[in-house]
Design a binder for this molecule. Sequence first.
Ligand code: A2P
Length: 331
Amino acid sequence: MVESFVLNTGAIMPSVGLGTWQIEPEAVCNAIYAAVKSGYRHIDSAVAYRNQKEVGLALKKLFEDGVVKREDLFITSKLWSGNHAPEDVEDDISSALEDLQLDYIDLYLIHGPIRIKKGTMLIPENLIPTDIPATWRAMEKLYESGKARAIGVSNFSCKKVEDLLAIARVTPAVNQVECHPVWQQAKLRKLCLSTGIHLSAYSPLGSPGSPGYCGPSVLSNPIVIYIAEKLQKTPAQVALRWGLQMGQSVLPKSADETRIKENFDIFDWSIPEDFMAKFSGIKQARLLKIEFAVQPQSGYNSLEDLWDGEVEKENGRAECEDHSDFLRCFL
Ligand code: A2P
């Protein structure tokens, strides 16, 4: 039942996708090959992850080896923050299609409500304010052209989703956001459900050890561990299965074949209702705050502004203030 979700376009999105952020270019081919061999049919990529060409090589190999056909896979990519200008959006998807060696993308997302000057690197100095209505018009054209079979957004708060819905001719199919037991996105999930937008969870394991992430661990949360022990599953499996039962797709990242398989072994069991209820006892904290985007030149004057109030203020550690490691992932 939770093996896939139907998007508002009618397309079927497999519920577990392999995330590819921070997987080294030389490792991503093997990770994708192993994932697809293990049953994954959904790959989440982005030019920002600096490994998209290698994702394309993996796909080519899978098709050539006859492991799967193009139509068996659901591939997501994302608009680069420097290409928000309407006249740049088509070139952006063309370059993603070239990298991926595909002639259409199943889902194309505005990577975030964050924009930099065209042709520049993702560093605070290059930020400029977004013009989401103008960018969305160009995204709608991609959808009409068939190059993107569904379009959506990522990192959008409730307010940003509502603002977009007010001008959209094509309702976004997906909002891909940080979501896991420690940041459950209750308000956003409700809004997405009532407006026909599918909520997709990046960092469903809380991205242990990732630069830019700070706050409580998902995998060592006592409630997650308690449920894992009771069900004889791993904390990662419990976190992912919780996501599926909440109605969201999950995009765990791993470059390790054993963990890739473990993260997909979440279909033939479920978390009973009484255990599901226990997740509401977990203290909430957004782990990826993207502080670097709060700059006078971005138009965001505070984290409250960037996330429209949907951010915990209290649990940041001192290291969070140094976002250079996070930005290095994109340079
Ligand atoms: P690795 O690539 O060595 O498996 P998220 O998907 O929330 O962003 O988390 C990704 C991080 O979690 C990566 O560091 C990944 O490391 C690790 N990870 C992935 N799967 C598991 C798992 N089943 N158990 C523990 N850690 C995992």
